[in-house]
Design a protein around this ligand. Structure first.
Ligand SMILES: [Zn+2]
Ligand SMILES: [Zn+2]
Ligand SMILES: [Zn+2]
Length: 149
């Protein structure tokens, strides 16, 4: 486990011994502006001057360093958010893909009751909670009649 959380993505990259090249810096700046999540394609679209391969490689690096979290978006595409310290889960808006974190986790308690029935040892768990975010909920209410998506 990592004991000291990096203060910024930049520090995280440098602490891991990676050079902060211009494309990386540009990607990190963009990612930091999207606390509710982003896809690699969105980064590509917003940084046309950075090559697609570099974007994907950098996102993978951030993931490997534990600086971002990966989840599956409503369209099945991988989505990423900035990682927060400690064990946590994500909520994901099924409409717009906005992600948020929550740290209150009672899953381990549930798993304790499973322990007796589970062969082997439970090492961890993953969970994503799908929501309609406040923004999309508001939109839904203003359009009143539920139009099919
Ligand atoms: Zn996370
Ligand atoms: Zn939403
Ligand atoms: Zn949990």
């Amino acid at each position: 486990m990592v004991t000291s959380e990096p203060h910024t993505l930049q520090e995280g990259i440098e602490q891991a011994g990676h050079r902060l090249t211009y494309p990386r810096q540009a990607i990190l700046d963009l990612v930091a502006q999207h606390p509710d999540g982003f896809t690699a394609e969105e980064v590509c679209a917003q940084l046309p001057q950075v090559g697609r391969a570099t974007v994907y490689r950098t996102v993978k690096l951030l993931l490997d360093l534990g600086l971002v979290c990966k989840m599956t978006g409503p369209d099945g595409a991988p989505r990423y958010t900035l990682s927060v310290a400690g064990h946590h889960h994500h909520t994901l808006c099924v409409r717009c893909g906005a992600a948020a974190d929550f740290q209150r986790c009672t899953v381990d308690l549930i798993l304790q009751t499973l322990r007796a029935e589970t062969a082997g040892v439970i090492l961890g768990h993953r969970m994503e909670v799908y929501v309609l975010c406040p923004r999309c909920l508001e939109q839904e209410e203003t359009t009143s009649s539920g139009s099919p998506t």
